[in-house]
Design a binder for this molecule. Structure first.
Ligand code: PMP
Length: 386
């Protein structure tokens, strides 16, 4: 068999492993241990109404969910909620669109507002905007090269999906701009909590905080009441609110995390964030070793920082591995394909095909299989050089 770095051997007789999506199944291990404490029973007569609390801007939000979100941020110390408005959505995906709607002019402008984010950026921002075919907002690509003198919205995502970097706004334009901070991964299993985020519009998601992506709960923390009202109106018109069954579950689970942290005798490594950080740390250490030996890819290097929540310094352990191909490999996604690994290539994130993203938060079996297939590459390097 002829083997070369540019073309891996197709010896994987096993099935394809799918590391393309960010399905947070790795956290299931923790929740299995907590099954009883986190169960929610909903009686047949409950949750008939569309309404929850008509005195709140976000009238469909259960008061217990609002309280649980505030409490969780207070315990973790990752975002300021005081004197802010909370708006919930069906995932933060819905709230992203709600934020664009709320930050755009109410009359159709002469030119649609440009929405930008520094590349590599989350691959769904562009399609989520394109699908609207809107005359009010349009996707305008990489914030790093935006030089139009036209109003814009910059989406800042930190730690960034796909590359795990901590970022700030980058647009340099004399025109008026608004910021949306997507903080889906600003939780202490992924990255040190170095500050309390305090931005005008911040998006969070239950999917990446606790791993309950199937409940489809996201929340926005918003400074300006008018923006919060418009975001609420968007969710009202799109889905008449958010399922209360999901809200009740999210409130219960957030409450259980906080209760554990506030118990006197708690052991950090057995609590949600510490337990999950240890899993991610272990995976990252194994992956770094395998990538280094493969000599086919390189990984982003992450600085250490002090985490105010965990009271220790550590590196970021992103939810995704962002691999750069070594010279001679032009297309990371198709290279992975030959190893029967489904991955997402650079172009979706606004960069070249020599980058590729793999999930780090999938099932153990898939992750272990990834390590096995990467180790085949290093075996080839060794046999080629001997
Ligand atoms: N923003 C980022 C950066 C994400 O990675 C995701 C999930 N992949 C979302 C937003 C959307 O999350 P949700 O499941 O709440 O819609």
């Amino acid at each position: 068999m002829v083997v070369s770095k540019a073309s891996p051997p197709v010896t994987c007789s096993d099935s394809t492993i799918n590391l393309e999506k960010g399905d947070p199944l790795v956290f299931g291990k923790y929740w299995k241990k907590k099954s009883d404490e986190c169960s929610v029973v909903i009686q047949g007569w409950e949750f008939l109404s569309y309404l929850s609390d008509t005195s709140n801007v976000c009238w469909y939000m259960l008061p217990e969910l609002k309280g649980a979100i505030q409490r969780l941020h207070h315990v973790v110390g990752n975002a300021v909620t005081q004197d802010k408005y909370i708006v919930i959505g069906t995932g933060s995906t819905q709230l992203f669109m709600a934020a664009l709607f709320a930050l755009s002019p109410s009359q159709t402008p002469d030119h649609p507002i440009n929405v930008v984010s520094a590349a590599p950026h989350y691959s769904e921002y562009k399609p989520e905007i394109d699908v609207l075919r809107s005359a009010v907002v349009q996707w305008a690509g990489d914030a790093g090269v935006y030089d139009k003198n036209e109003p814009y919205i910059e989406v800042v995502n930190y730690p960034n999906n796909p590359d795990g970097t901590i970022r700030g706004p980058v647009v340099k334009s004399a025109a008026k701009g608004n910021l949306v901070h997507d903080l889906a991964y600003y939780w202490p299993q992924y990255t040190p909590i170095t500050h309390q985020a305090d931005h005008d519009v911040m998006l969070f998601t239950f999917s990446k905080c606790t791993g309950h992506a199937g409940s489809r709960i996201g929340w926005a923390i918003v400074k300006d009441i008018e923006i919060a009202k418009k975001m609420t109106r968007f969710v009202h018109l799109g889905s008449h609110g958010v399922a209360k069954e999901s809200q009740a579950r999210a409130a219960k689970i957030m409450g259980a995390i906080c209760d554990d942290y506030q118990k006197f005798e708690s052991i950090e490594s057995e609590l949600f964030f510490g337990y999950c950080k240890n899993i991610l740390r272990e995976r990252w250490e194994k992956l770094k070793g395998a990538i280094e030996k493969s000599k086919v890819f390189t990984l982003t290097k992450y600085p250490r920082a002090y985490c105010n929540f965990a009271n220790e310094s550590f590196e970021t352990y992103p939810a995704f591995a962002w691999l750069k191909c070594e010279e001679g490999i032009e297309n990371g996604e198709s290279y992975m394909g030959k190893l029967k690994i489904r991955a997402r290539g650079g172009p979706g994130f606004g960069v070249g095909p020599n980058y590729v993203r793999l999930t780090m938060i999938g099932m153990d079996d898939d992750f272990n299989e990834l390590l096995k297939r990467l180790s085949m590459l290093s075996a080839i390097q060794i046999s080629n050089s001997s």
